[in-house]
Ligand binder design. Structure first.
Ligand code: T6T
Length: 335
């Protein structure tokens, strides 16, 4: 559990403004009772979508932990963000009688009935990254501290624009626990600055092209916007593309390459490229590899009778990455 030991120590930059977490530390492996250790377990794992590098990193962490513990990992899922496309994969793992089910549910409310079917079939369930509104039905939930991430982005933006002016948010779609909270944290904190106005808070349906179109419309309607906060990869890369084109057309230069500050969640390869070429100035980076590891470890703890080792609510640190620290923090970039 090499990465696990890094929880808590790998906090971010910017001194007091740095984001902190809910998880204080991880632990060394515990000896398992002989009789239980001989059983073979299969853990089903369904990400939000299979094609997203965030979840690819999570898969790598889950696979490494499953190998270490000697359990079978059944990783499966859909390639589009939509609970009705995800549910059939949940039903498929119920039909296979997996011993434990880990899911990043696509919808805060609408994913509950499928998870309840697993529970009714005697399969315990935990969530990772995203979660559902009724967390009492779960054995655990593991996520980033999304509220703190949103608040942090608001403080960053406020400082960059001198605590006055117009800003915009590029959101994902309603009903996703992670991005909803990132939006909420930002809006709550930004309200504390009386001279900053949020002129737009747009949805993207998890599509970079929609994010790009949103930013184009925002900049047309509100040319004085000074900063944009994008709640995930799709929002961030789409926003960066729009600002790159705007920069080319209008030859903007100061204070950033685009003339507009852009802070985005995640560290997928296109966003790291955008950070390097100056179209994104800051990334709020999560730890999906660690989330995958922790989820498999907790499922195993549950199955081997070590429920006392499971913490129900787990909130992991986010890290702020800018050009200044990207080399030292590159271990957290997604695969
Ligand atoms: O930001 C991550 C994840 O945390 C969120 O729940 C959905 O979007 C991502 O996968 C990035 O694309």
């Amino acid at each position: 559990m090499k990465l696990g030991r890094l929880i808590g120590s790998a906090i971010s930059l910017l001194g007091a403004a740095a984001m902190t977490i809910g998880v204080a530390g991880w632990r060394a492996p515990v000896a398992q009772p002989q009789v239980k250790a001989k059983q073979h377990f299969t853990i089903g794992f369904i990400p939000g979508i299979t094609t997203d590098p965030f979840y690819v990193s999570m898969q790598l962490g889950a696979e490494a932990e499953a190998k270490k513990l000697g359990v079978t990992l059944d990783w499966t899922g859909n390639s589009q963000w939509n609970y009705s496309l995800q549910d059939p994969y949940i039903y498929g793992l119920i039909a296979k009688h997996v011993n434990f089910l880990i899911v990043a549910p696509d919808d805060l409310h609408a994913s509950i009935p499928a998870l309840e079917k697993a529970i009714a079939a005697g399969i315990p369930v935990g969530t990772v990254d995203t979660t559902v509104s009724d967390q009492k039905i779960l054995k655990f939930m593991i996520t980033s501290n999304n509220i703190l991430g949103g608040e942090f982005a608001a403080r960053w933006v406020a400082q960059k624009i001198g605590y006055k002016g117009q800003v915009a948010v590029i959101n994902d779609e309603p009903g996703i626990s992670t991005t909803d909270l990132r939006n909420e944290g930002f809006l709550t904190q930004i309200k504390k600055y009386p001279h900053i106005q949020v002129v737009a808070d747009e949805m993207t349906n998890d599509e970079p092209s929609v994010a790009e179109a949103d930013v184009n419309s925002i900049m047309l309607a509100h040319p004085d916007v000074k900063a944009i906060y994008a709640v995930n990869t799709q929002a961030g890369t789409g926003a960066a593309d729009a600002l790159i084109h705007l920069h080319r057309e209008q030859n903007l230069a100061h204070p950033t390459k685009n003339g507009v500050w852009l802070i985005a969640y995640d560290a997928e390869p296109p966003e790291v490229t955008d950070l390097n070429n100056g179209s994104i100035q800051a990334l709020i980076v999560q730890k999906p590899y660690l989330e995958g590891e922790m989820a498999v470890q907790y499922a195993y703890d549950y199955l081997t009778g070590h429920k006392n080792l499971i913490k129900h609510y787990n909130y992991l640190t986010n890290i702020l990455v800018t050009k200044a620290n990207e080399k030292s923090e590159s271990q957290w970039f997604y695969k």
